[in-house]
Write a protein that binds this ligand. Structure first.
Ligand SMILES: Nc1ncnc2c1ncn2[C@@H]1O[C@H](COP(=O)(O)OP(=O)(O)OP(=O)(O)O)[C@@H](O)[C@H]1O
Ligand SMILES: O=C(O)C(=O)C[C@H](O)[C@H](O)CO
Length: 313
C-alpha cells in the first residue's frame, strides 16, 4: 500500500491581499487551490498522501512542489510539463466577503488524462478524493476522475467527492450531470448547502440533498452547512452534528477543503464515519483562523485537542 489518500486536482499559486481586489496592490504569495488544501489537511491528519496533478515547469511551480513536500504530501504523482500552472488572486472586502480572480485557463492541470490515472496505479490506494472543480477543468479531467473513481471503488477503497460548485468554471447543468455520472462509483459525497445543493439538486435542505445523493447511487452524504452544522446520511439514516466553534475567523477560504481532506484521511485510516466527520469539523474550524487556503493547517494533535475542548491555539 503506497498511499492512504490520493487527491486529484489542480493546486494553485495563490496571491492573497487583505484588501478588496478592486484596490489591493500588495499580495502575499501562497500555495493553495482546493486539491492542495485538502491534500495538506489529509497529510496533517496522519495519512500517507499523494497529489495527482500536472504542473508547469516554471519557478513558482518548483516552489509549489517544494511546499507540498515540506507539508508531507508526496509529489511522486505530480507530472511536470512545459505549460503554465494555474494561479488565483484573492481579496477581502471590509465585510469579510472574499473575491477571487483566476489565472488558470489552459493550465497544465487541465491536461490530466485517464492515462495519467492508470500510470499512477491507484488500485492499492485506501481512498481517493477529488472535487467538482477537478471534474470541471476539462473533458479529459472529468474522464480522469471517472477512471479513478471506478478503479478505487472496484478495489474496495473510499471514493470521496466534494462538488465545490464554481459558476466561473461550469454550469449547474454540467455540474449536476458530472455528479450523476460519478455517483455510482462514489462512497461519500460532500455537498455544501445551499451552494452545491442548489446547483446540483435544486434544493437547499440537507435532507433533500442527502436523498438526491442516495438516489444517484452514493451511499453516504455529508452535507456541510457552514457554521450551521453537518448532516451525515448513511443510506437515509440521518445524524446532525454541530460545528466546532472557531477560535478565530480570518478567512473561510479552504475550510471546506480542510474538512474534506481530514475526513478522507481518517476514513482511510479506519476511523468510523462520525468520528472522521467530527475531526473534520475541528480541522475546518481551525482553518478559518488562517489567511488564504492554507493559512492554518491544523495538525492531528491540534484538531483532536480542539475537538475535545482543549484548543491549543
Ligand atoms: N463559522 C464557522 N464556524 C465553525 N466552523 C465552520 C464555520 N464555517 C465553516 N465551518 C466548518 O467548515 C466546514 C465547511 O464549511 P462550508 O459548508 O462553508 O464548506 P464549503 O462551502 O465547501 O467551503 P469552501 O468555500 O472551502 O468550498 C463546515 O462543515 C464546518 O465544519
Ligand atoms: O476555486 C478554486 O479552484 C480554488 O481552488 C480556490 C480556493 O482554494 C477554493 O475555492 C477553496 O475551496
Amino acid at each position: 500500500m503506497r498511499y492512504d489518500v490520493v487527491v486529484i486536482g489542480e493546486p494553485l499559486i495563490e496571491f492573497v491581499a487583505d484588501e478588496p481586489l478592486s484596490a489591493a496592490t500588495a499580495f502575499t504569495l501562497g500555495f493553495a487551490g482546493d486539491a492542495l488544501n485538502a491534500a495538506v489537511a489529509a497529510a496533517a491528519a496522519g495519512a500517507r498522501t499523494a497529489l495527482l496533478t500536472r504542473l508547469g515547469s516554471d519557478e513558482l511551480s518548483d516552489r509549489l512542489v517544494a511546499y507540498l513536500s515540506v507539508h508531507g504530501v508526496s509529489t511522486d504523482l505530480v507530472l511536470r510539463e512545459s505549460g503554465q500552472s494555474g494561479a488565483y488572486v484573492l481579496g477581502a472586502d471590509p465585510d469579510g466577503t472574499r473575491a477571487f480572480a483566476y489565472l488558470r485557463a489552459g493550465s497544465a492541470a487541465t491536461r490530466l488524462t485517464p492515462a495519467d490515472v492508470d500510470a499512477a496505479g491507484l488500485g492499492d490506494t485506501r481512498a481517493v478524493l477529488f472535487s467538482g472543480i477537478t471534474a470541471a477543468l476539462s473533458e479529459s479531467c472529468l474522464l480522469a476522475v471517472r477512471r479513478a473513481a471506478r478503479v478505487v471503488r472496484e478495489s474496495g477503497g473510499h471514493v470521496v467527492y466534494d462538488p465545490n460548485f464554481r459558476a466561473r468554471l461550469t454550469t449547474a447543468e454540467a455540474a449536476s450531470a458530472a455528479f450523476t455520472q460519478l455517483a455510482p462509483d462514489l462512497t461519500v459525497a460532500l455537498p455544501s448547502a445551499p451552494s452545491d445543493t442548489a446547483a446540483l439538486f435544486g434544493c437547499t435542505s440537507a435532507v433533500e440533498a442527502a436523498r438526491a445523493v442516495h438516489e444517484r447511487g452514493t451511499p453516504i452524504a455529508v452535507v456541510t452547512q457552514g457554521h450551521r452544522g453537518v448532516a451525515v446520511s448513511e443510506r437515509g439514516h440521518l445524524t446532525e452534528l454541530p460545528v466546532v466553534p472557531a477560535p478565530h475567523i480570518v478567512d473561510a477560504t479552504g475550510a471546506g477543503d480542510s474538512f474534506a481532506g481530514t475526513l478522507t484521511a481518517r476514513l482511510a485510516l479506519g476511523d468510523d464515519l462520525l468520528g472522521a466527520v467530527r475531526l473534520g469539523t475541528a480541522a475546518a474550524s481551525l482553518a478559518l483562523g488562517g489567511r488564504g487556503g492554507t493559512g492554518h493547517v491544523a495538525s492531528l494533535a491540534e484538531s483532536r485537542a480542539h475537538l475535545s475542548g482543549h484548543a491549543t491555539v
